[in-house]
Structures are given as C-alpha cells and as structure tokens.
Ligand binder design. Structure first.
Ligand SMILES: Cc1ncc(COP(=O)(O)O)c(C=O)c1O
Length: 423
C-alpha cells in the first residue's frame, strides 16, 4: 500500500533540507550556529513563516462569522485539522488544538478527574517529562493514588516488568511518554497501551519528543489520547491533542456555556492562535514535501509522511552513531541512556551527558559561545533527574539532533567538548 524503504533515494539530501530553513544560516561570534537544541524546539521552514504571514495578511478574523475573512479562518482551521489527522493517522474531528501540550493535558486530566476519587489509581513513569506527571498528580487532591513505573538505571529504559506490576484492577489511566526528551529512550507504547486496556484503564501517550523523529500511528498504538507540540516538529508554538472520538464525546470538559458542544470544538477554550494553526498545515506539508522529494511515488499526504520519516530515521541513526562514537571517546564523559550501537532504533538522537569536573551549565555556556546551541538542566524531565540523583548538581548537558543537523555539526560539537573538557 505504501512506499517501501528501498524506494527512498539515498544518500539523505541534507542540503535540500537545510535550504528550507532560513534560520540555519545564523551565526554567533563569527561561527555558524549549530542548532542542537531540537528537543527544546525546532527551527521552521520558509513554508511555515509564509503561511503565518499569509494568514495575518489575508484571513485574520475570529471564527464562524458571516463574512470572507472569517470563513477563510474556518477553512484554515479545518485544513490544519486534516493535516494533523494525516500526521497522526486519525480523523480530523479527533484533533484538538491548544496553546501547548501541558495546557491541553491539564484540561484533559481535570476532565477525567471528574470521574475519579479515592481508590482509583493512575500510573506514570520516572522517565517522563513533568507535563505527563504533574498533570496527573494534580488528581491526588481528589484522593487518586499515583504510582510510578521505574527505569532500568544502566540504559534509562522503562522497566516494563515494574510497570506491569503497577497496573492493577484499580488503575484508571496509564500515562507514558513515546520518547524521553532527556535521554532519548523510545518506549514500547503499544505494549503499555495493551497493558492498560487489559484492566480497562485509559492510555495517554505524550508524543512531544517523538514527533520529529518517527511517524505516529494512533490507530496502530490504540492509545485513547496522544498529545504533541508542533514547535518540536518544525511548526509554530502550539499543542495538539488526539482523542478517540468516543472519549471526546463522553467526557465533560470544563467549558463556557456559549461554546458549542460538538467535538472537537468543545475541548478548545477561547479564541485559538489562528496564525499558528495556519503554520501547522505548512509544517505537515513541509514534511510531506520531504517525503515526495525522496519518493516520488508517494500517493497521498500520509504516504508522503511515511516516506519522510523513513528517510529521517535512517539519516538520524547515522548521526546518532557518529555522535555516540565521538562522545564515548571523551575522557570523563558519561552518556545517560542507550549507548549500544545495535539498539539505535530504540532511541532518538538526543544525548544527555555529564563530564567529571564540569557543570552542565558551564559546558552549555562554553558550547553556546562557540555557536553550538545545547541545553543544560532537567528540561522538566525532573522525575528522571531526581531518580538518577543528578538534579542537585545541574542535571545533564543535552545535545539534541534532528534531520536538519549534519555530520559536520556532530564532529564540531564533539571536538568542542573535547577541547573544553581537556583544558
Ligand atoms: C517529552 C515532552 N513532553 C511534554 C512537553 C511539554 O510540551 P509543551 O511545551 O507543549 O507544553 C515537552 C516540552 O519540552 C516535552 O519535551
């Protein structure tokens, strides 16, 4: 039905990709900027910038009015829902827009919480971003018990047996990340959803970090909800929630009376960011363009997205291998997460490291001065930095790659780290 990997043109055309992103030509202190901060937010292609400008110039209005710009706005939102439905593999009326993943997830947890109380349990994980933990822990004030699934410390993967033991007949929801924004581990979310459904619990997936790295198929995963943020996959600063239609209809959101009761609109509070919604269609189109660029046989947008993510994954694994080989060669440096080169399919190219005698902040600052944009701290993966006892000493240095990064940037940041730490 869809394109195969063998039809994908090789090698990866990173020059074509980089041409689409104007920000990649920035420089710092005379050095070209290397954006190794993708897990915090990615740069956007021309297409996204133009779509946002075009919306503001030609369609700027509120929704559902009886005049041209308002009708255009309605069409822009409908187009973005269709684009995100292709991106996630669902129907357009199962797509909810909001300011970001955290806000959408709090709204959902409050709504689900209306039905929960003492004796009910929720399972979260130590690997997760706090937006997929505190949002559920907020229901503790209703008497709900929250249980934590642990990790295997040696490679920061989820301890699936421990997770399975936390899920009982009392479990009402299991919240899991698709991939860790700190250490890059990709979780077997399909299996977690299966375990949740076995006891009749709902399954919520945080796909914010996974979004730029692999094609998401909510039907195949069978999750009840999945949230992502478009600014992590080359789009504007917005969040998107997928919910199975039956849940979006049945659950009661907190909403104003005047807001319609239709799905998905009943979940969208107040006026949305219409210009960014215009940009969402454009970022999905950019990825589909990449798919068509590498596989002209892509028949529709979903199959073009599949081709895009096949080529992205193959390319990102070459970068990840290069990065790991370089990092592991630096004396005193520890990589947290999967380092086995045979298991690159189980991680994103996001690397959390610490170097003896240097704080993550010091390293990020020195790298930043040389044009390498990385992150330091916990990036809200607080449950993991606390679990690994690195929170008090500054967390990790995070180097995060996406498909617009290059082998030269990988070599450059490794060499810079080597120079900084061997002074
Ligand atoms: C894995 C993960 N989950 C959730 C979030 C929160 O997303 P948002 O900023 O859209 O609320 C982030 C943001 O960094 C993240 O990386």
């Amino acid at each position: 039905m869809l394109s195969t990997e063998t039809e994908i043109a090789a090698p990866f055309d990173v020059a074509w990709v980089r041409l689409q992103f104007p920000a990649l030509s920035e420089s710092v202190n005379g050095q070209p900027a290397a954006f190794l901060d993708g897990p915090g937010g990615t740069q956007v292609p021309h297409k996204v910038i133009l779509a946002i400008r075009d919306y503001l110039q030609h369609s700027n209005a509120n929704t559902c009015g009886a005049y041209a710009t308002s009708r255009r706005t309605d069409a822009v939102i409908a187009g973005a829902r269709a684009a995100m439905a292709d991106f996630l593999g669902c129907d357009a009326d199962e797509i909810v827009f909001g300011p970001n993943m955290t806000t959408l997830t709090f709204a959902l947890s409050r709504s689900i919480g209306r039905e929960l109380g003492p004796g009910d349990e929720i399972v979260v994980t130590h690997l997760d971003h706090d937006a997929n933990v505190s949002t559920w822990r907020s229901l503790e004030e209703r008497g709900v018990t929250v249980r934590f699934a642990d990790i295997q410390e040696n490679d920061c993967t989820l301890d699936m047996q421990h997770l399975a033991r936390q899920i009982t007949a009392k479990t009402k929801l299991v919240a899991v990340g698709y991939a860790s924004n700190a250490v890059g581990t990709i979780n077997d979310v399909k299996e977690v959803v299966r375990l949740a459904h076995q006891v009749g619990a709902l399954a919520f997936v945080d796909a914010v970090h996974y979004g730029p790295h692999g094609l998401i198929d909510v039907r195949a995963i069978d999750c009840d909800f999945l949230a992502c943020s478009t600014y992590k996959f080359f789009g504007p600063h917005m969040g998107v929630l997928y919910g199975k239609r039956e849940h979006l209809k049945r659950l009661q959101p907190y909403k104003v009376r005047a807001l319609v009761n239709e799905v998905p609109n009943r979940w969208e509070m107040g006026t949305l960011n219409h210009e960014c919604i215009a940009g969402i269609t454009a970022c999905v189109e950019y990825l589909a363009d990449l798919g068509r660029h590498v596989n002209s046989k892509s028949t529709n947008r979903r199959s073009a997205l599949l081709s895009a993510f096949q080529t992205i994954q193959a390319y990102e694994r070459t970068l990840a291998e290069r990065m790991l080989r370089g990092l592991l060669d630096i004396p005193g440096l520890k990589v947290y997460g999967i380092t086995d080169l045979q298991k690159l399919a189980n991680r994103t190219p996001t690397f959390a490291v610490r170097v003896d005698g240097h704080t993550p902040l010091e390293l990020a600052t020195k790298l930043g001065d040389r044009g390498f944009f990385t992150w330091d701290g916990n990036y809200y993966a607080l449950n993991l930095t606390e679990r690994l006892d690195v929170e008090k000493s500054g967390g990790f240095l995070r180097i995060g790659l996406v498909h617009y990064n290059t082998a030269e940037e990988v070599d450059g940041v490794v060499a810079a780290l080597q120079a900084i730490t061997q002074r």
